[in-house]
Design a protein. Sequence first.
Length: 57
Amino acid sequence: DIEFETLFVFIKDLMIEVIFGIFYGILMIFVPNPIWNNAYDRQKNELNNNHGAKNRQ
């Protein structure tokens, strides 16, 4: 009884996450939104900055 309920909740949560993942994936493909680009650029810049700091040490 308890095991089945927890499994059901787990599957339900998983399905919600998958649906949201697909939704956001479609959104990112079809909506070239500046917000997405800014977030991506910021992430890239942070990676580059970290790399540069490592080289300087």
